[in-house]
Structures are given as C-alpha cells and as structure tokens.
Write a protein that binds this ligand. Structure first.
Ligand code: MLT
Ligand code: ZN
Length: 479
C-alpha cells in the first residue's frame, strides 16, 4: 500500500510530543547528514529526523507512524555502502536515528555477554568489553561510527569472520520494535533456547525492513594474549589459499584474519595515505595480511608465524614477507588494509562488487573475474582485496587514471558488475557477501534469488509490515 504523506507540521508536532523538540531535526541544513549516505551517492529527504532516547520512545514513534501511514527509515551510524540507511527523495519518511540510545547496559563477565542499546558504536562496544578483559570480536573499518543496531541489521562481517563469524554468530538476544510499535524482546543471553522459531534471526540482515533493533545481548570472548601479523607476498590467489591451509594446519585456531590485497589496491592506498612506506621492498601482484592471535605467549605465537612462512617459502607459495616487529607495525599494516575503502571513495569511479564463493573456488573466481574485466576494460585498476580467509573478496575495478569517475561508471558499472556477480553466482556464491542489499542491489535480487526465496521474503515482510512502512524500497525487489 502507498504511504500517505502527512504535512511536516503535524508530523513534527507528533514527534516533538514523543521525543522532545531538541531531538527532532527538520530543514535541509539540519537533516543533511541523515538523508545523505556517507559516500555522497544516495541523497534523499525526510519530513523529520527523530533521535529517540529509549525503546519506549521508538515504540511510540512507530505507533504514530503506523496509525498515520508514514514511512519510517531506521538509521544507525549511516555507514551503509548500499544506500540502506537513507530515505528516498519523496520527502515522506520519518528517519529514526538511534545515536542517542548509546548505553552499554551490562557487561556480564560470568555469562560472557554484554547488553547494549542499539546506538552504541562498535568501537564503544569493543572498548567496554576490553575494559573487562573481554573481546567483542566484530572488526570493520567503520567501527568508530557504525552502530551495533546497524551491524545487526546488515549482519556485518569484516576481517575477523574467519575466526569468530558474522554478527549473526555474535548475538544471543535482540530487542526490536515492530512496525506497529509492539516491542519484541529476547534479551536473555542464553546459549541454548529451543522454544520454537528463533524470531530474532528475522531482524538480523533485514536492514530495518521488519522492525527497528533497539538493543542486543552480545557474546564476549577471551582477550587474546598475543598477536602476530605479517604482510606476505604470494605467488597468486591459489598460493594464498594454499598458504591459508598451511596456516590453519600449523596454528590450529589461531588464524584470526587472512586478507587478500592486490597490487593496485596497495598502490592506491599508499598514494592516499601519503606518508606510509610500503612494508615490502619489491612490488608484488598479490599479498595477504595474515594475523594470528592466541591465548599463548607472544614468543610461541611468533614462532608459529615463522613456521607458517617457512613452510610457504619452502612450497613456493610465498615470495616475500614483512613481519610486524612492534605494535606500531601491526597498526600500520592494518591501517593499510582498512584504508583501501576510503582510498577508493576519494578516488571515485569504483565498481564495488562484494562477492563470496566457497573457499575452494575463490582462487579460480579471482583469476576468471580479473581476466573477464580486463578483457572489457584493459586499463581498469584491479582493486581486489578483503576477506579471502572466509571466501569474501571486495572485487572493485577502479577507473583508469585518465577517465572521469562518472563516465567510467556510466559505461562500465552494469557490464562489469553483471560479469563479476554472474561468475560468483555461477560458482555457488553470493552477490552481496557482507554489505547487504539496500537499494543498490535490490533489483539484482530478481536475477540471483529463486522465485521461492523472493516469495518467502515478501510473505515475511507482509506478515510483519503489511503496510510496507519500514524502510520501504530497500532489500525487496518489486513483488
Ligand atoms: C572493507 O572490508 O574494507 C569494507 O567491507 C568496506 C569496503 O569494502 O568498502
Ligand atoms: Zn569488507
């Protein structure tokens, strides 16, 4: 059903009555940051942006919007790469931004859980866990701004999935407000609870289309006692996968990250950072950032890393390696990896494919997709990087230096993403491994999901949000 726009005045008055005038934003200047995504690609409009401070307020906002058929766009740190957290340009929506719900409610060091409001940033959640000697292991580049509610709504992944899993694996309970204002809660911190459907799963990865997540119980892990990191030049993607096998064999559970970095990705980020020296002396086509963490002492972990590298050299998989000798080296190596995304944003003209295939196929996928793209665009800079250890690569061909970003995207976005996504799909993969769907990939789902899957998605949506008021136009392609 079409949402009926209300006049801004009546909506504003209603919202002010619920959250207070100081927690409402209207007008272009004051809403700009909430209606534009952080890459500046998706720009919408809102009747009003509200910043509730409690679950009860979120519930009242949704009750009012439901009664008045006003669409609602939930928003956390607004770091979505897919346009999932900003409204469309109709100006009918109320944006509900969770930033003020930023309290860590409890850290339970016996249950090894942490209860948080949804607006807690990922870095604050990690910090609160660390203060109690625990690790909350989700690690993504935007941790300073992204929020736990958004991490859950997109089932965020990042660089530690190989060891600890996605956000879905890191949560025990959720509180969410339904489109009609009812509050669903499973904030119990149980590791076992087989009492029927696991309803919290519905809200994870739903990108705010089924409810607004307002709180969560997260799993905590022991803080590792030692970390060993190396940037390793490898013979190629297949050698990288073989090296990962060696790393697992020789270290048991200690591999906590295994990130692929192509030469154009490294060159781009070093150019962007300006004052950071290349860790490896020679230029190599393929590198991996390997991180081991463990509960053992640093000496034995370093010895394990050396053993892995020696085995890699011995088998001709490894060409060179820079082992981090200090905390500052560790930080620099990680900075190089994590800034690749921003380096692309600043350069502009990046075709951001976020694909996964089973690990057994990832090397062949990277080779085939690279050859396919270069056959189309011989001068494209093949910025390929990311979480190879869990089968997910960010395959992001970048515009040639002499082509303007908008011309490159107009000419190549469609053919290149169709080719790359098509190869991933053909290899039993996913066309959105960790970034979600938002609006960017919504219409592609028709190609990559079966009729049954699409029908079920719509049936779930209609069951929870029959008036299509929550984050309309996101995730689900037209029925
Ligand atoms: C990353 O791994 O750096 C993120 O997923 C962001 C990105 O791909 O742009
Ligand atoms: Zn990523």
């Amino acid at each position: 059903m079409q949402a009926v726009p209300k006049t801004q005045e009546s909506t504003l008055r209603a919202m002010e009555a619920i959250v207070g005038a100081n927690a409402c934003r209207t007008g272009e200047a004051d809403t700009q940051a909430y209606v534009t995504d952080y890459r500046g690609i998706y720009r919408g409009q809102a009747q009003v942006v509200v910043l509730p401070s409690s679950t009860e307020q979120v519930s009242q906002v949704l009750q009012w919007c439901h009664a008045n058929r006003v669409p609602v766009v939930p928003q956390g740190g607004n770091t979505s790469l897919m346009g999932g957290a900003v409204p469309d340009d109709s100006g009918t929506a109320v944006v509900v931004n969770l930033s003020r719900m930023n309290r860590v409610l409890e850290v339970d060091t016996i249950n090894d859980t942490m209860t948080v409001q949804a607006g807690v940033t990922l870095s604050a959640a990690r910090g609160a866990a660390e203060a109690e000697g625990r690790l909350f292991p989700l690690r993504i580049g935007s941790e300073g701004s992204c929020q736990i509610g958004g991490n859950l709504s997109t089932n965020a992944g990042g660089t530690a999935v190989l060891r600890y899993g996605n956000m879905r694996d890191l949560v025990l309970g959720i509180e969410a407000v339904l489109p009609d204002g009812r509050i669903f809660s499973s904030l119990r911190g149980l590791r076992k609870d087989n009492t029927g459907y696991d309803l919290k799963q519905l809200f994870i990865g739903a990108e705010g289309t089924l409810g607004i997540i307002t709180g969560a119980v997260l799993k905590l892990m022991p803080q590792p006692r030692s970390t060993a990191v190396a940037l390793v030049a490898v013979k190629g993607p297949a050698a990288a996968v073989a090296l990962l096998g060696e790393a697992k064999r020789l270290s048991g559970q200690a591999v906590s990250a295994f990130e692929l970095i192509s030469r154009p990705a490294l060159e781009l980020v070093l150019e962007y950072l300006g004052n950071v020296a290349a860790p490896l002396q020679d230029r190599h086509d393929w590198m991996v950032l390997v991180e081991l963490t463990s509960g053992t002492d640093a000496e034995s972990l370093n010895a394990t890393l050396m053993e892995i590298l020696e085995s890699g050299f011995g088998q001709g998989l490894v060409l060179d390696a820079a082992v981090a000798a200090s905390l500052s080296d560790v930080q620099t190596f990680w900075r190089i990896r994590e800034e690749i995304s921003d380096a692309q944003t600043r350069t502009g003209g990046s075709i951001k494919c976020d694909v996964s295939v089973p690990l057994s196929r990832i090397a062949a996928f990277v080779e085939e997709a690279s050859a396919g793209v270069l056959a189309l665009v011989p001068d494209a800079r093949m910025v390929i990087y990311g979480h190879m250890g869990d089968g997910n690569v960010h395959f992001n061909p970048l515009r040639p230096r002499d082509q303007a970003a908008k011309d490159f995207l107009a000419q190549w976005y469609e053919p290149v993403s169709t080719l790359v996504d098509g190869l991933a799909y053909a290899g039993n993969g996913s066309v959105s491994a960790e970034h979600g769907i938002g609006v960017a990939k919504r219409d592609d789902l028709v190609r990559y999901k079966s009729q049954v899957e699409l029908e079920l998605m719509w049936q779930v949506k209609r069951a929870l949000d029959p008036m299509n008021l929550l984050n309309p136009g996101k995730v689900l392609p037209a029925p």
